[in-house]
Design a protein around this ligand. Sequence first.
Ligand code: IVH
Length: 686
Amino acid sequence: MSEAEAKKRLAALAMEIKAADALYYQDDAPILTDAEYDALRQENVALEQAYPHLIRKDSPSKSVGAKPSSKFGKITHVVPMLSLDNAFSDSDVQDFVDRVRKFLRIDHSQTLIFTAEPKIDGLSAALRYEHGKLVSGATRGDGRVGEDVTANLATLDTIPKTLKGSEFPEVLEVRGEVYIDHADFADMNAKQEKAGKPAYKNPRNAAAGSLRQIDPAITADRNLKFFAYTWGDLSAPLSDTQMGAVERLKALGFCINSEMKCHGTAQEMIAHYHAIETKRSELGYDIDGVVYKVNDLALQERLGFVSRAPRWATAHKFPAEKAITQIEAIDVQVGRTGALTPVARLSPITVGGVLVSNATLHNEDEILRLGVKPLDIVEIQRAGDVIPQVLRVVKDSGGAVYTLPKKCPVCGANAERDVDEKTGRTDVVRRCTNGLSCQAQLIEGLKHFVSRRAFDIDGMGAKQIEGFIHKDLIKEPADIFTLESRNADIQLETWDGWGQTSASNLFAAINERRKLDFDRFLYALGIRHIGRGNANLIANHYLEFEKFRTHIDLASEIGSPARKDLMDIDGVGPGQVEALTRFFSEAENRKIVDNLLAQIDVIPAIPPSSESVVSGKTVVFTGKLELFSRDEAKARAQALGAKVSGSVSSKTDYLVAGPGAGSKLKKAAELGVETLSEQEWLVLIG
Ligand code: IVH
């Protein structure tokens, strides 16, 4: 890019980002996805680094505006609001059914019923009724804590303020989807435009924006609707079955979806999915798939959850929507782990009702596979919230295929592809080798650190982080916690866009996070392959961060008991173990963690069901289990707080042996480990 082009682009970026900010912060009507917005900001930073003398007075990287601290109070969900696993093909559905049957040991001679119902494309809400009266309503938030939008939800005609009849549990939390139908969406956007306000991008955004209004009268005017499909906290069961429970919700005054049916086979479920897909355009509201759930609630209970999704349900998604457009340019983004991601800037095109102007090209192997280059005409696809992808080149523009730079476009350091020591395979991702000395990695890492599911610091978003980094005031996470003590020099309250109130609000929000749960803390560190789900499993296993850290140090030795212990956690695999040991073996990371620990306290995890007799005990299953599948036995033991190990040692508390047990039984006898039959184990755990 020439200097003149860079100047032009910086001016365009300043305008675009300012407009996007205004819509996001003031109108609750984001015009860009988070990824698109981040891409613009990143491009701006990269250009400013390359041409520091072109930095504009109104550059977006200079402004640190206070994001309005959350408009609503918080509500902690008594029962977490979870998400669903996805199925994309018929065989994924068959696999789901087979998995459930295998887990429960239900063979094909026995029937197993599933419900199938549309997956509504809105936002989920939880409504709490006490003695039949609506007492609160919350958004899902991060699944654990949501926003208190009671007054707004109470304006919906489809949400009863008082339950019908007198037969209901004392405490009943009804969950379902808030949505806006197509006709009301069209009306609402027509009104927005008339008032000179931006149109909402799709019905889901419109529903979310309408629900999060400070003035409930605005929500009332938007005609939002609610479908009930599940429940949370409950003082007495509603039914023995999913269908029965949903029908009771109907009797209590809720709308339930009329397309919900029961089926006995994967074939029937798939046929119902296709029937709903055919009707999709006539339903009058957006759906993005079909949800299947095990109908028998006792079986749901046995199946339980893995990480953040139930084993007893899955969402069969509709295929992604496609469109054809031109690639105007290919840019490279640098993520928090240093990954260089090529992004195709597209001639904007509407796909499934959403304007798309960027698509990911993933990595250089993908570019080679596609044979793609700027000016090519390509087919793209967009599925739900996933970043749009380039599928294929429709018309080649001639010339050489695009090649990814071998240097980081942000800091200029070498960008390399790792080679796996064991397999000798080269990683598909090229990464900047400069760690947190690379501005892009630092920014992305810190954005993740303060994000909602990590430290969740009110008033400290991507924009503020960039501002502080730009002024060299934050170089690592711990610096966030020393901002207040350095404020005599910083004088945040005098900065553009800040005042006394917003500065003290920010410091108060930071101080509120000086105590943080172990799982959030681990997730916030941004270690590769460690999402919230894994972080939660790890926290529940080790309970205390310091204990976990000692284990990780020991676990770097291949074959060590500490490594085995880590691997034995259900849901933690070699990828996570490698990433964790690697992260904690690097001096720079250790220092970052130590500095942070000097500022904050990590709250230990609460051991799951500590009252259970097997909590904290180590159990090994061996032989052919007859009463339950190996998976169920393991999941049940873990849910009761026991550790399940694959081999017998002096640390084993119980060996549960089915018929045909061999060497493990012998070893247990030698070590004096208590051996139980399956039946005895069941009696023990009650
Ligand atoms: S059941 C334990 N049923 O999809 C999970 N969810 O991807 C309970 N959703 O957060 C959810 N329609 O917001 C369920 N018929 C339906 C749904 C549905 C839409 C949403 C819900 C959930 C998300 C998960």
